[in-house]
Write a protein that binds this ligand. Structure first.
Ligand SMILES: [Zn+2]
Length: 81
């Protein structure tokens, strides 16, 4: 078990960030943090990297401090899912 198992790459500046991930997004990328539209591009990016739907939803929910249900319903509403 590596101590970096929680390390994740920020999708915007590619810095390695740790839990809670949303703190970094809120502080460093406030414009993206405020806009739900950014979830759409992120979802498409993660999907194109071969990530499973549930994993995409989990990662986005952790980056933006929202529930996976919120992410899922937003993406459905915008015909991404
Ligand atoms: Zn960043």
């Amino acid at each position: 078990m590596g101590k970096d198992k929680d390390a994740r790459e920020c999708p915007y500046c590619h810095k390695i960030i740790r839990r809670p991930y949303w703190v970094h997004i809120q502080k460093r990328h406030p414009t993206e943090y405020e806009k739900n539209e950014t979830w759409i591009q992120l979802y498409r990016d993660y999907e194109s990297m071969g990530m499973q739907k549930d994993m995409c939803l989990m990662v986005i929910s952790e980056l933006f401090n929202v529930s996976q249900d919120d992410v899922e319903s937003y993406l459905k509403k915008n015909s991404v899912l």
